[in-house]
Design a protein around this ligand. Structure first.
Ligand code: DIR
Ligand code: MN
Ligand code: MN
Ligand code: MN
Length: 314
């Protein structure tokens, strides 16, 4: 695997401080070294820098639209460049509003994508349905063709072009979906495996069905958007909006192993790791280590063990 890493230390898609520390914390846990040790070629592109936006007053109830729009435009260009260099892109967030730029930049390089969204939340509120006004609960709505007519004009958002079809999305891990979001998911017939389906089918069947579904016509490149709050808060408590009853560590890793073996992973996001939400050092390290392991699972780490193809026993 050839991996390009981009950090996006950005938190203004939601109200809690600390999530901007995610990228450097995940690197400090040895991400690059561990990926290299498992045989990946890794280029770290460093962190995207974001402009300070003054007077970023809400538009309707949408909070900090100018900062979020501008940050995502920069991220989009950075992801596009990593894809043009031929790497699988790993975007380290930051909050989940960054999926706007990550998916947009990915789509600019690879026009037909499928999106696998692993999250407790659907993040598909429109600016008009959002109960909180936080853009990290809205990124999918800006990206889906079928919702384009429902998106009002926002400052610094005019560069965004919808680039994903409702039929090319699969959700896994849902357990905190707003009524307005549930309506959108139903209306558009979006495929999803809530925690109820994970309980009913087991994670192996969920992944088998997910891949049958996204590969039913052509094998499109996969964008995996992984919100660390998909995992149960007993494993990843250091996140802004933890929800009980989440994926186990093993279910979370299984998703990455299965996506890896499709050979179609083209870009991924690892978002919402927030050290300031951990109450102890152990809570923080458990969350960060889980994020690292999920990324490693995407790039060939197997729990059964690995050895290099050219290994010679001494
Ligand atoms: C809620 C919470 N649905 C919202 N979303 C979160 O703000 O739209 N997403 N926490 O990660
Ligand atoms: Mn999310
Ligand atoms: Mn291009
Ligand atoms: Mn979430």
């Amino acid at each position: 695997h050839s991996v390009g890493i981009i950090g996006a230390p950005f938190s203004k898609g939601q109200p809690r401080d600390g999530v901007e520390k995610g990228p450097d914390l995940i690197r400090s846990a040895g991400l690059v070294e561990k990926l290299r040790a498992q045989g990946c070629a890794v280029k770290d592109y460093g962190n995207v820098t974001f402009e300070e936006v003054a007077n970023d007053e809400p538009i309707g109830n949408v909070k900090r639209p100018r900062a979020v729009g501008s940050a995502n435009q920069r991220l989009s260009a950075a992801v596009h460049a990593v894809k043009n260099d031929g790497h699988t892109c790993v975007m380290l967030g930051g909050d989940h509003s960054l999926a706007i730029g990550s998916i947009q930049g990915h789509a600019a390089a690879k026009k037909d994508l499928s999106v696998v969204w692993v999250d407790a939340h659907a993040d598909i509120n429109t600016p008009l349905t959002s109960p909180t006004g936080n853009i990290h609960g809205q990124p999918m709505s800006y990206l889906i063709h079928e919702l384009h007519s429902k998106i009002p004009v926002l400052p610094n958002f005019s560069w965004i072009k919808p680039c994903v079809s409702a039929k090319d999305i699969v959700y896994i891990g849902l357990r905190d979906v707003d009524p307005e979001e549930h309506h959108i998911l139903t209306l558009l017939g979006i495929k999803g495996y809530s925690m109820t389906e994970v309980d009913r089918l087991g994670i192996s069947k969920v992944m088998e069905e997910t891949c049958d579904y996204i590969f039913s016509k052509v094998k499109k490149p996969i964008h995996l958007s992984y919100d660390i709050d998909a995992l149960d808060p007993s494993i990843s408590p250091a996140t802004g909006t933890p929800v009980v009853g989440g994926l186990t560590y093993r279910e979370g890793v299984y998703i990455t192993e299965h996506i890896c073996q499709t050979g179609m992973l083209s870009a991924m996001d690892m978002v919402e790791v927030n050290p300031k939400r951990g109450r102890t050092e152990d809570e923080i390290s458990s969350t960060v280590n889980a994020a690292v392991d999920l990324i490693r699972g995407c790039f060939g780490k197997l729990r059964e063990g690995n050895h290099p193809a050219d290994y010679k026993m001494p």
